[in-house]
Design a protein around this ligand. Structure first.
Ligand code: ADP
Ligand code: MG
Length: 730
């Protein structure tokens, strides 16, 4: 399955957006980010530090400043990746950065403006242009999916009911890695179609959100494209290569404030951050190179992108920065994050003839439909020739392509037409036959009618089969055939030149960076000193340089330490909150849930390693469910529904309070003495609240199967209330 196997690092590029109007009007402080495009360096100025403090410099594979063009970023940094995907590699592009720094601008841009189209629309153009220009012996199948991860839930943006649908699950396949189960995947035949898919997804994303900015800054959007290509190999067999491309617009990387947040809100905040912090941990573990455990399983995002980080994929990370002084800290964090990602090693390889290639299935299905269709047509042709009185012999080699195919089709159609005419004639003859009895006439006419119906049915079936075959075939793109390339030769030349220039810029930058490193190393070796004085001067200069470097590194260590301390404090705080909540839950379990009930629940729990979480086993095994459910609960013998002891007594006593709630056991303070509460419930309101010593009891009567039972009894059943009782400390 694997072909060329080599290791390569994650490519990291940094982009800084221009100052916006608001930032410009904030004063003359200007940008804190400077870029050296030639060397691929970012120089960051700390607006709060004295001028004497050295500035921080980071080096990346490429940097793009405020004046950078979308096209340049694409040609230099993304095009080679898409080319690899078209050759059968897996590829991933991440946009990482604080909200408002241009992640979505970089990934999507302004669709209507050709100058401002981002990575995704440019990739669409690139893929389909490549197909249209490839040789005609290649067949392609392009599929797209669009999903979003929000609060650790995966949502399918192409499913029309995604807002109501259950969150999707991740599954693992030893062959192809981690995938999303039941994810919608659309076959796309042209740029227009794939753009439509993107649009549908973007709209679905916006519909679910009350505040789109807020939502997009907290959710991760993944657009997935699979390109399958089949081509005859030297052995004469068709080989399939599958390239998968992930285009990822991550949630805003800014720290979510967790301080002072409790309960549900805390959980929400932790979940929103989870995928990003897990991504950070994975990057750290991989960059470190020493840790044996990489925590991919900590979040949905890292599991889904496992291959892109340290696995079988080529990866480009675009880190986006804002130039405003007030965001210095976030900008520095982004740069450090990006700097770490540079060290990740991937092992990309071509995915050749994987078992799950859809293209292979399509080809098989097309061949099957074709054979079926040919069989039908030959059969009709044969009948026609029998009608015509000609002898007929079937071609043994079965070659029915091209003209011969068309001829068969024509003859088959002709046969159907002739048959119809013949039947009509026969019917007329029967009607006009004077010697036949009326009954006999009717029977013969009916028979002919039936034959006509059969003929029509047969024809319809053939038409359906043809339509299915054509629809199936049209999904496959044949190199240079299905999509017409409108670019003229001159434009093509221009494109090639532009790509060459981008390639050149890239190699130039790499060489410059290498030279810089080598210069520092060999400076000493090359220097020969004529006098002691000169040597002292040179060495002092060097000492100063090294001293400055030392100071930089010391400052860096201080910063990293500070950072570490803050995140540690935050984690400790989160841990405290979670421990408190856990204790509270334990308290409730210990005091409110009878031990035998608890054991029952514990026995039903099983760990699902796929989902990485604990799950309940169903009460009744799935196969016997229907049988068991039909039985009446033993407590309900003689009654319409299960009913509590208290309610039975109350009925016997004749107390007439239709919606009285019985036996709601709440325990006070040290939670020892049970109390029986009688709460009056108004059906229209749907909930009750009652103060009880130091507690507030909320009772929510949610619709449950029990409430659906026609209520001829007097009481709402106890269980129904207890299921939805929550207790708050005052
Ligand atoms: P994010 O997705 O990171 O939250 P956006 O992509 O929505 O940020 O960008 C925020 C704003 O900045 C948008 O109005 C966008 O047009 C503008 N912007 C971002 N990057 C650039 C850029 N390189 N050039 C011009 N405008 C940009
Ligand atoms: Mg965005």
């Amino acid at each position: 399955m694997s072909k060329s196997k080599s290791s390569e690092t994650v490519k990291v590029v940094v982009r800084c957006r221009p100052l916006n109007r608001k930032e410009e009007s904030n004063g003359p402080a200007g940008s804190i980010v400077q870029m050296d495009l030639r060397l691929g360096q970012v120089i960051l100025r700390n607006p709060r530090a004295p001028a004497s403090e050295p500035q921080k410099t980071f080096t990346f594979d490429a940097v793009y400043d405020a004046n950078s063009k979308q096209r340049d970023l694409y040609d230099e940094s993304v095009r080679p990746l898409i080319d690899s995907v078209l050759a059968g590699f897996n590829g991933t592009i991440f946009a990482y950065g604080q909200t408002g720094t241009g992640k979505t601008y970089t990934m999507q841009g302004v669709w209507m403006d050709p100058e401002k189209r981002g990575v995704i629309p440019n990739a669409f153009d690139h893929i389909f242009t490549h197909i249209s220009r490839s040789q005609s012996d290649k067949q392609y199948l392009v599929r797209a999916s669009y999903l979003e991860i929000y609060r650790e839930e995966i949502r399918d943006l192409l499913n029309p009911n995604h807002a109501n649908a259950r969150a999707l699950e991740l599954r693992e396949n030893p062959e192809t890695g981690v995938y999303v189960r039941d994810l919608t995947s659309c076959v796309c035949k042209s740029i227009k179609e794939i753009e439509e898919v993107m649009n549908v997804g973007n709209q679905a994303r916006a519909v679910g959100a009350t505040d789109m900015n807020e939502h997009s800054s907290r959710s991760h959007a993944l657009f997935l494209i699979t390109v399958e290509c089949s081509q005859p190999g030297p052995d004469g067999r068709k080989h399939i290569r599958v390239g998968r491309l992930n285009l990822v617009d991550l949630a805003g990387s800014e720290r979510q404030a967790k301080t002072g947040v409790q309960g549900e809100r805390l959980k929400e905040a932790t979940k929103i951050n989870l995928s990003l912090s897990a991504l950070g941990n994975v990057i750290s573990a991989l960059a470190d190179g020493r840790s044996s455990h990489v925590p991919y399983r900590d979040s949905k995002l890292t599991r889904l992108l496992q291959d892109s980080l340290g696995g079988n994929a080529k990866t480009v990370m675009v880190a986006t920065l804002g130039p405003a002084p007030q965001h210095y800290d976030e900008t520095l964090t982004t740069l450090r994050y990006a700097n770490r990602a540079k060290n990740i090693q991937n092992q990309p390889r071509v995915n050749e003839d994987p078992k799950d290639a859809l293209l292979r299935e399509f080809q098989k299905e097309i061949a099957r439909l074709r054979a079926q269709l040919n069989h039908r047509k030959w059969r009709n042709k044969q009948k026609k020739e029998q009608v015509d009185g000609e002898g007929w012999e079937r071609d043994e080699d079965g070659e029915t392509e091209g003209e011969e195919d068309e001829e068969v089709e024509k003859e088959a159609e002709e046969y159907v037409k002739l048959e119809e005419q013949r039947l009509e004639r026969e019917k007329d003859a029967i009607r006009e036959d004077q010697f036949l009895l009326a009954e006999e006439k009717q029977r013969l006419l009916g028979e002919k009618e039936r034959m006509m119906g059969d003929l029509r049915k047969e024809q319809e079936a053939t038409e359906q089969l043809t339509a299915k075959y054509k629809a199936m075939e049209s999904k496959l793109l044949v190199g240079g055939k299905n999509i017409i390339d409108h670019t003229n030769e001159q434009q093509k030349m221009l494109e090639i030149k532009r790509q060459e220039i981008a390639e050149q810029t890239r190699t130039e930058r790499e060489m410059q960076q290498q030279m810089l490193v080598q210069d520092e190393e060999t400076l000493e070796l090359r220097e020969t000193f004529t006098s002691l004085q000169q040597e002292v001067e040179a060495k002092t200069k060097k000492l100063k340089k090294l001293y400055a470097k030392l100071q930089c590194i010391k400052a860096e260590i201080r910063d990293v330490n500070d950072d570490h301390v803050t995140s540690r404090q935050e984690l400790e705080q989160t841990q405290n909150e979670l421990t408190r909540e856990l204790k509270f839950k334990y308290l409730i379990i210990e005091n409110f849930i009878p031990p035998e009930e608890k054991n029952k629940i514990m026995n039903r729990l099983t760990f699902d390693p796929e989902e990485d979480q604990w799950k309940f086993q169903p009460l009744v095994p799935a196969e016997s469910k229907s049988l068991q459910m039909k039985k009446r609960p033993t407590s309900a013998v003689g009654y319409k529904r299960p009913i509590s002891q208290y309610a039975r007594v109350a009925i016997a006593m004749g107390t007439h309070s239709r919606y009285r709630v019985s036996m709601c056991v709440v325990v006070q303070d040290s939670i020892k003495i049970p109390q029986v509460l009688n709460l009056h419930y108004n059906r229209d309101e749907g909930s009750v609240q009652q103060k009880l010593g130091g507690l507030i009891v909320h009772i929510l009567l949610r619709p449950s199967p029990l409430t659906c039972v026609p209520c001829s009894g007097q009481f709402v059943h106890t269980q129904m209330v207890l299921w939805s009782t929550t207790v708050d400390m005052l």
